[in-house]
Design a protein around this ligand. Structure first.
Ligand code: HMG
Ligand code: MG
Length: 301
């Protein structure tokens, strides 16, 4: 029986997960304008940047300036990705509303992405979690490669459930399960979520699908049917993954909104304004929209 929710929270990751992987450099002013346009389209949760080692991800080096430039809208969460206590302190100085840490379900990916084992990455978060707890800053957890790894291949659902449970034990209020290489299908998503549900409650789980094989929307349907009510997406399907060769962008927010509208699920976003925000950033990046819905609507009008 479907446990499909009545409303869904969309976590817009375009300004961070999307732009970190676009080669064209953008000024902090353009990034901030993009974020303001997303807020104007009704997006209530925006991952606005990351405070990681700028040598590793130069596209995010201007996150301080981006946070200083955005016109903050009341009620909107402006979140930041932070790998360690140094990143957390930078995020707090910049005025981030909350932060996210990230771990991988695959050892090889962990080494390539953050230069350490899964266990070491979890230990590295401990001081960050303590500081966040003291300052009452909510921490979200990302888990990458939940359906496959570019280096190791298949990833066991039990391993996903194990690391997801550890992130919750550490103090994350939610774990976002990422199909970083976009390899999953509704069948593998269903099996993975069933295993995860045996360890943690699905109301602490979000899904983060990439559309490499065109399965992201189908995979989101599977997650919705299981009652998951938080979906990560990126306007225009911005992004990919710098450490996962061939990975296409995140599922496009416009396509998720269209899907949710079809089910009559509340989301609070204005599709037309969202498409405009996408057109703005695509213009700056000189790229074509990765959203099928935005493409179809631009042909219709
Ligand atoms: P490290 O280089 O392995 O080693 O960094 P370190 O911790 O000893 O630091 C070395 C240098 O980095 C030092 O500077 C530190 O000060 C500096 P130096 O002495 O050489 O001049 N440093 C920092 N600088 C600024 N801000 C910081 C910071 N931390 C250290 N926060 C570290 C380890 C984890 C920091 C590094 O590997 C890193 O920043 N990695 C970033 C990786 C990243 O951002 N990946 C993309 C995000 S994950 C993702 O996209 C997947 C996800 O979206 C889900 C999905 O799509 O599926 C979440
Ligand atoms: Mg992603």
């Amino acid at each position: 029986m479907s446990r499909r929710p009545a409303s869904v929270k969309i976590v817009e990751v375009g300004p961070r997960d999307g732009l970190q992987n676009e080669n064209q450099p953008l000024s902090p002013q353009v990034k901030a304008m993009f974020i303001d346009k997303l807020a104007d389209a009704g997006v209530a949760y925006i991952e606005a940047g990351s405070f990681v080692n700028p040598k590793w991800v130069p596209q995010m080096a201007s996150s301080e300036e981006v946070f200083a430039t955005i016109a903050r809208k009341p009620g909107v969460t402006y979140a930041a990705l932070t790998p360690n206590i140094q990143g957390f302190e930078r995020a707090m100085d910049a005025g981030a509303s909350e932060v996210a840490v990230f771990a991988a379900a695959s050892e090889a990916f962990s080494e390539k992405n953050i230069n350490c084992s899964i266990e070491a990455s979890l230990q590295r978060f401990a001081p960050l979690m303590e500081a966040a707890n003291q300052q009452h800053i909510p921490v979200r957890g990302y888990l990458s490669c939940v359906l496959g790894c570019p280096y190791e291949g298949a990833v066991e659902p039990g391993q996903v459930a194990d690391v997801a449970a550890k992130l919750i034990e550490l103090g994350c209020y939610e774990v976002s399960l990422g199909d970083t290489i976009g390899i999953g299908t509704p069948a593998t998503v269903g099996r993975m979520l069933e295993t995860v549900e045996a360890r943690i409650k699905l109301d602490q789980v979000a899904v983060h699908f990439h559309d490499t094989y065109g399965m992201a929307i189908a995979n989101i349907c599977t997650a919705l049917d299981r009652g998951i009510a938080v979906v990560d997406s990126s306007v225009s399907g911005l992004g990919g993954c710098p450490y996962a060769e061939g990975a296409s962008g995140n599922v496009a927010t416009e396509d998720v909104v269209y899907l949710l509208d079809g089910f009559g699920i509340e989301h609070g976003l204005d599709l037309e304004k969202l498409i405009e925000a996408g057109a703005y950033i695509n213009g700056a990046l000189e790229r074509r929209s990765g959203s099928r819905v935005a493409q179809a609507k631009s042909k219709v009008h």
